[in-house]
Design a protein around this ligand. Structure first.
Ligand code: TYM
Length: 333
């Protein structure tokens, strides 16, 4: 921990394959901000089990996500990179926070409603309680900021409400966090239906570009991306959702502003534009994929990082939990 720096928290679920939406909405900012903040970045495996997982797959995807974080440029010597289930305080604080959260609030969460519809045979308590666990994640570390995509905004709001409720009931205990959203990347659209967010579990696999896709697959998906009538390339998310989504993807992947991206494609046809976006994405992802594969060969190194970092995370989280237990009146030995 470096003094004087504010704290940043974020996490990603190790479910399915991560998409370029996860990269642009979250990982890009997590990487960019690591030098200026004390960062805690987790693999949210406890959130993942709210939908049924294959145990062997969950284990493999957990390590794979740790390798991906590092391959994307997150430095495990600077950031506390760890697995959520390795720090028991998450579950412990979530239990306490449950008693500061109303059932009606959880029932109104958009993601809960969506997931309940998609997993109608398994609407378990965890699925509903998911935002409370997320609040526990964030509040345990005193996070000032949380870089996430637009779809997590509502969960962040409820985290703020829960923190304030607890602070008002006792005395200031939790930092009330704020979200950090990418200007362009916060809501990457599905390539086949740009009004919907690109998702790990899309019905049409051509709509999502996975971080593990090879170059040919990436180019094919971009070539098939839905565009709009007309032939000009400019940013107008309301009337030109498809083209604007592609411009956004291109601009963040090539570190250019949207205006610069528009200039690059002035007078260019849609076909050529889509190919260029695909190429920019493939070019950026290839070295990340190679580095992730290399890291996964060295399980011992990854395990050492996890062990060291989860000890540090446990100590930090344990301090917050101890304060909470004391304030609510749990008997102390
Ligand atoms: P998850 O695993 O669904 O997504 C990880 C991150 O990717 C962002 N994201 C997107 N951003 C832009 N465009 C998209 N199409 C897109 N799809 C996903 C998400 O907003 C997220 O930032 N509940 C969280 C994980 C979590 C968490 C936390 C996050 C658990 N505890 C504490 C922050 C703080 C989730 O399921 O993200």
């Amino acid at each position: 921990m470096q003094d004087g720096k504010k704290t940043l928290y974020s996490a990603i679920q190790p479910t399915n394959n991560l998409t370029i939406g996860n990269y642009l909405g979250a990982i890009k900012n997590m990487t960019a901000l690591q030098n200026d903040y004390n960062c805690f970045y987790a693999v949210a495996d406890m959130h993942a089990i709210t939908v049924r997982q294959q145990p062997a797959e969950l284990r493999a995807k957990t390590l794979s996500l740790i390798a991906l974080y590092i391959a994307c440029g997150i430095d495990p010597e600077k950031c506390t990179l760890y697995v959520q289930s390795h720090v028991p305080a998450h579950a412990q604080l979530a239990w306490v926070l449950n008693t500061f959260t109303y059932v009606g609030e959880m029932e109104r969460m958009t993601q809960f409603k969506d997931k309940s519809a998609r997993h109608a045979d398994n609407i378990n308590m965890g699925l509903m309680d998911y935002p409370v666990l997320m609040a526990a994640d964030i509040l345990l570390y005193g996070a000032d900021y949380v870089p996430v995509g637009e779809d997590q905004r509502q969960h962040l709001e409820i985290t703020r409400d829960i923190a304030q409720r607890f602070n008002n009931a006792y005395s200031p205990t939790f930092t009330v966090p704020e979200g950090i959203f990418m200007k362009v990347g916060a809501k990457i659209g599905d390539l086949q239906s740009p009004d919907k967010k690109m998702s790990k579990s899309a019905e049409n696999p051509n709509g999502s570009v996975f971080l593990s896709d090879d170059k040919d697959t990436i180019i094919r998906k971009f070539k098939r991306a839905v565009t709009d009538s007309g032939s000009e390339i400019y940013y107008d998310p309301v009337n030109k959702a498809g083209i604007s989504n592609l411009l956004g993807i291109y601009s963040v992947f090539s570190d250019k502003t949207v205006q610069e991206a528009e200039r690059d494609f002035c007078g260019v046809g849609y076909g050529e534009f889509k190919l260029a976006v695909g190429e920019a994405v493939a070019e950026k992802l290839a070295p990340i994929q190679r580095e992730q594969a290399r890291l996964l060969e060295d399980k011992q190194y990854l395990n050492e990082i996890l062990k060291k970092n989860s000890e540090y995370a446990s100590r930090t989280a344990g301090r917050t939990l101890a304060k909470v237990y004391k304030k609510i009146g749990f008997y102390q030995l």
